[in-house]
Design a protein around this ligand. Structure first.
Ligand code: IPM
Ligand code: SF4
Length: 773
C-alpha cells in the first residue's frame, strides 16, 4: 500500500525521470506550448549548441501576443500584415524556427491559431495527468484538466526543447475547497478573484493549489480553466482540478484526444487521478460558495478585489505602513477617491478577451448582456477578442458577433490583444477599462492605464451602462428570444461518447524508483556538443560565489515583472540590451516639451545606488506575475547580481538562478531591522553564497547566519553551470523513461504530429446546446 497521495503528488511521481540526493527532480514534460515572445532566445540557444528539438510531437506553437486583432480578411503574409517592426520580427522569428525545427505551428492564416492556453485544450493537446509547460505564466490554465501545468522562463524553454525534461523541486500541497453552490449570477471569475482577495497574491507561493468542492465540480471546463488560469495570480506554481466526467466529455472527440482502445486506456488512468482519502495537504483552506458575490478589482494587484457592492477602500483605515503606502500609491495611479461606491465609477473602455475569459462560454455571457442594448456614450471602445480562430467561428455561427456589433462593440480576430497590449490594442494614459483579463498591474494595458478585473458579464454590463454595474441588478433584454440563433450543431462524436466506468487505478511504476536516485555530479563535465565558438544561450553562466556591494533599498511589496520590465521591451529576440527598460515606468517620465525620457528620483537613478549590485527589497512577492525572463536579463544588464526579499514569485526566482543571479529569501523583520538600514545608509553588504551568509561588509558582522537555497541551485550558481549540459548527461534516464512512457502512456504518443491541416473548422468543437436566454 502506498501512502495516500494528492492529485499533484500522483502526477508529479508519474513524471520523475531522475532524482538527485539534494532533492531536485528531473521531470518529464508531455506537452510543451510555445509562443513568439519567450521562444526566440531558446531556439537561438539550440541553434548555437547544435541541438535539435527532442520531441517535436510534444511541442505545439502558435502566435498570440504580438498579432494585430484587426480583420484578417485580406491577410497575405506577416510582412504586410504586422506594421510594428519589432512585433513582426518576433512573429517571423517563430515562423522560421518552427520550420527549422519541424514544430507544429498555427500561424495567422490558420483558423486554429489563438492564445496558446486556449489552443492547447481546444485541440485535445492538453490532457489529464500530463505535465504541461510553456514560456508563459498562465500555463496554470491547463491544470483544469488535472494536468500539472506551469509557466517557465526562456532558459527553461530551451531546456525542455533540448531534453523534454525540466529540473524541479517538489512544491507544497494546498487545497482550496469551495463548499456549497455558487449564488445566481456568480461566475468562476468572481470565484477566483474572491479566492485571491482572501489568500493574497503571495498566498499560494511555493505551492500547487488543488481547487476542490461542490462549487468547482459543478463548473464547466471553460469555467475551471478561468480559475486555474489565475492560480498564478495567487502566487502558486500551478492550480489543479481533478478530472471527472465533465473533463472527459470535454476532451472526447477533440483532434488530438486519444481514440478507440487508447481512449479507454487513457480513461482508466485519468480516473485514478484524484487526491486519496487522507492525503496530506500542507495548507487546507475552506471558502463558502455563498460568500462569493460579483467581484471587481480596484488597485494594481489582483488581490485588490472587493464585492461590486463595496466602495473604494480608504487608506486611513490601514495601520500597516507598507500596506498603507501601497494603497495610497494604487489609488493615486488608478485615479480613485476613497469611499466612492464602485457602482458610481465610470469607464472609458472595456475589454472582453484574454486567456482567462475569451472562450465561447465567456462570449455567450457577454453577448447575453449586450443583446438588445447599445454601449454607453461615454464608453469609447469595447473590444471583444475571441481566444482562438475556432472560437471566433463558433461565435459567428451562433450570431454572437452580430449581437456585439449591434451593441457598438468591436468584434476582433484572436490574440492576447489588450490583455497586455504588445499589439496595437492599448489604452491611452489614464483611461479606465473594465477588463476580463487577469492582471491589473501598473501600465499593463498601456502607459498610465487603469485596469479593473471582472467577469465577462460584468465587463459587458459596464460597457452598456457606462459605469461598474452589479450584474445581479442588470436588465437583460429577453425579447425576441427564439429569433436569436444562439445555437450550434452538436458534435456528433462528443454526443456519442461511451465511457468505460469501472474504477481501476493504474499502479505507479516502482521499476523506475531505484535507479532514479543519483548524486549531483561532483565534477560536472559538460558535454561539448556545441558548434565551434558559439556558446549555448543558456550556457556560460557567470559563477556566483561572494559579492560585496552597496545595496539599493526598495520599499515595495508585490513588485511584478511587468514593473521590472514593461511589455514594450519584450519584443526583442536577444537576451541583452534591456538595461534602459529596467523599472522603466518607475525610472523615467516623459518631458512634455521634448518628448524625451527624464530620470525620476527612483533609487537606482540616485547616488550611490546607480552602481548597486544588490537590491534589498522589504516587501513580499518580488517578481510576481509574468514568466518573462527579460526581468532577470534587465536586472543583469543593469548590473544587479543579487536580490534580497522576504519572498519571490516562483517563476522569477527560477529565472534569476538560470541567469547567474542570486535571489535570497530573508524574513521581512530581519530585512527591515538589519539589512535595510545598511542599504539606506548607502553602505555595503557582503553576500557569501558558499557559506549562505550575509554580512555587514564594513564591520564583518554576520547579519544573516544562514539563508536557504536548494543544494542543486547553489551548485549550479557557484560553478556557473549550463544545466542543459548537465541534464543531457542523464540521457540514459530520459530514454528509459521514454521507453516506459511509450508503453504505459501510449495514448500520449503522436501528440501535435497528429494534427492535420485544415482550411476552416466545419463543425462545432464545443458540444454546444441551445442557449436558454
Ligand atoms: C509574455 C509572457 C512572458 C507573459 C507571461 O508570462 O504571462 C504574458 O503572457 C503576460 O501575461 O504577461
Ligand atoms: S495573460 Fe494575456 S498576455 Fe498573457 S497569455 Fe494570457 S492573454 Fe496572453
Amino acid at each position: 500500500m502506498t501512502n495516500p497521495r494528492t492529485l499533484y503528488d500522483k502526477v508529479f511521481d508519474d513524471h520523475v525521470v531522475h532524482k538527485d540526493e539534494s532533492g531536485s527532480y528531473l521531470l518529464y514534460i508531455d506537452r510543451h506550448l510555445v509562443h513568439e515572445v519567450t521562444s526566440p532566445q531558446a531556439f537561438e540557444g539550440l541553434k548555437n549548441a547544435g541541438r535539435p528539438v527532442r520531441r517535436t510531437d510534444c511541442t505545439l506553437a502558435t502566435v498570440d501576443h504580438n498579432i494585430p486583432t484587426i480583420s484578417r480578411a485580406n491577410f497575405k503574409d506577416t510582412d504586410t500584415f504586422i506594421e510594428q517592426e519589432d512585433s513582426r520580427l518576433q512573429v517571423k522569428t517563430l515562423e522560421q524556427n518552427v520550420k527549422d525545427f519541424d514544430v507544429t505551428f498555427f500561424g495567422m492564416s490558420d483558423s486554429r491559431q489563438g492564445i496558446v492556453h486556449i489552443v492547447g485544450p481546444e485541440q485535445g493537446f492538453t490532457l489529464p495527468g500530463t505535465t504541461v509547460v510553456c514560456g508563459d505564466s498562465h500555463t496554470s490554465t491547463h491544470g483544469a484538466f488535472g494536468a500539472l501545468a506551469f509557466g517557465i522562463g526562456t532558459s527553461e524553454v530551451e531546456h525542455v526543447l533540448a531534453t523534454q525534461t525540466i529540473i524541479q523541486a517538489k512544491s507544497k500541497n494546498m487545497r482550496i475547497t469551495i463548499d456549497g453552490d455558487l449564488l445566481e449570477g456568480i461566475t468562476s471569475k468572481d470565484l477566483v478573484l474572491h479566492v485571491i482577495g482572501v489568500i493574497g497574491t503571495a498566498g499560494g507561493t511555493g505551492t500547487v493549489i488543488e481547487f476542490a468542492g461542490k462549487a468547482i465540480e459543478n463548473l464547466s471546463m471553460e469555467a475551471r480553466m478561468s480559475i486555474c488560469n489565475m492560480a498564478i495570480e495567487a502566487g502558486a506554481r500551478a492550480g489543479m482540478i481533478k478530472p471527472d466526467q465533465t473533463t472527459f466529455d470535454y476532451i472526447k472527440g477533440r483532434p488530438l484526444a486519444p481514440k478507440g482502445d487508447e481512449w479507454e486506456k487513457a480513461l482508466k488512468y485519468w480516473k485514478s487521478l484524484h487526491s486519496d482519502e487522507g492525503a496530506h495537504f500542507d495548507y487546507d483552506i475552506k471558502i463558502k460558495a455563498s460568500d462569493i458575490v460579483p467581484t471587481i478589482t480596484w488597485g494594481n494587484s489582483p488581490q485588490d478585489a472587493l464585492p461590486i457592492t463595496a466602495s473604494v477602500p480608504d487608506p486611513s483605515n490601514v495601520s500597516d505602513p507598507i500596506k498603507k503606502s501601497g494603497m495610497e500609491r494604487a489609488l493615486k495611479y488608478q485615479g480613485l477617491t476613497p469611499n466612492t461606491p464602485f457602482k458610481e465609477i465610470k469607464i472609458d473602455k472595456a475589454f472582453i478577451g484574454s486567456c482567462t475569459n475569451a472562450r465561447i462560454e465567456d462570449l455567450r455571457a457577454a453577448a447575453k448582456v449586450a443583446k438588445g442594448h447599445k454601449k454607453a456614450d461615454n464608453v469609447k471602445l469595447v473590444l471583444v477578442v475571441p481566444g482562438s480562430g475556432l472560437i471566433k467561428q463558433q461565435a459567428e455561427r451562433e450570431g454572437l458577433d452580430k449581437i456585439f456589433e449591434n451593441a457598438g462593440f468591436s468584434w476582433r480576430e484572436a490574440g492576447c490583444s489588450m490583455c497586455l497590449g504588445m499589439n496595437p490594442d492599448i489604452l491611452d494614459p489614464e483611461e479606465r477599462c473594465a477588463s476580463t483579463s487577469n492582471r491589473n498591474f501598473e501600465g499593463r494595458q498601456g502607459a498610465a492605464s487603469r485596469t479593473h478585473l471582472m467577469s465577462p458579464a460584468m465587463a459587458a454590463a459596464a460597457a452598456i451602462k457606462g459605469h461598474f454595474t452589479d450584474i445581479r441588478e442588470y436588465d437583460y433584454d429577453l425579447t425576441d428570444e427564439p429569433s436569436i440563433a444562439i445555437q450550434a450543431e452538436e458534435d456528433k462524436e462528443l454526443q456519442d461518447a461511451v465511457y468505460e466506468h469501472e474504477k481501476q487505478p493504474i499502479e505507479s511504476n516502482p521499476s523506475l524508483e531505484d535507479d532514479r536516485l543519483n548524486d549531483i555530479p561532483k565534477e560536472p563535465e559538460q558535454k561539448k556538443t556545441k558548434v565551434a565558438g558559439a556558446p549555448s544561450a543558456a550556457g556560460g553562466m557567470d559563477k556566483f560565489t561572494t559579492l560585496t556591494s552597496i545595496a539599493a533599498p526598495l520599499d515595495k511589496a508585490n513588485v511584478d515583472t511587468d514593473a521590472i520590465i514593461p511589455k514594450q521591451f519584450l519584443k526583442t529576440i536577444k537576451r541583452t540590451g534591456l538595461k534602459n527598460g529596467l523599472f522603466y515606468e518607475l525610472r523615467f517620465v516623459k518631458d512634455p516639451a521634448t518628448g524625451k525620457d527624464v530620470e525620476t528620483d527612483f533609487v537606482l537613478n540616485v547616488e550611490p545606488y546607480r552602481t548597486s549590485e544588490i537590491l534589498c527589497v522589504t516587501g513580499d512577492n518580488f517578481g510576481c506575475g509574468s514568466s518573462r525572463e527579460h526581468a532577470p536579463w534587465a536586472l543583469k544588464d543593469f548590473g544587479i547580481k543579487c536580490i534580497i526579499a522576504p519572498s519571490f514569485g516562483d517563476i522569477f526566482y527560477n529565472n534569476t538562478c538560470k541567469n547567474g543571479l542570486l535571489p535570497i529569501r530573508v524574513p521581512q523583520d530581519i530585512i527591515v531591522l538589519k539589512l535595510h538600514p545598511i542599504a539606506t545608509a548607502g553602505k555595503k553588504l557582503t553576500v557569501d553564497l558558499p557559506n549562505q551568509k550575509i554580512l555587514n561588509a564594513e564591520s564583518g558582522e554576520v547579519l544573516v547566519d544562514h539563508f536557504e537555497i536548494e543544494e542543486f541551485r547553489k551548485h549550479c550558481l557557484v560553478n556557473g553551470l549550463d544545466d542543459i549540459g548537465l541534464t543531457l548527461q542523464k540521457e540514459e534516464f530520459i530514454s528509459k523513461y521514454e521507453a516506459q512512457r511509450k508503453d504505459r502512456f501510449s495514448f500520449l504518443e503522436g501528440g501535435s504530429k497528429l494534427i492535420k491541416p485544415i482550411k476552416g473548422a466545419k463543425k462545432s468543437l464545443y458540444g454546444v446546446k441551445a442557449q436558454e436566454w
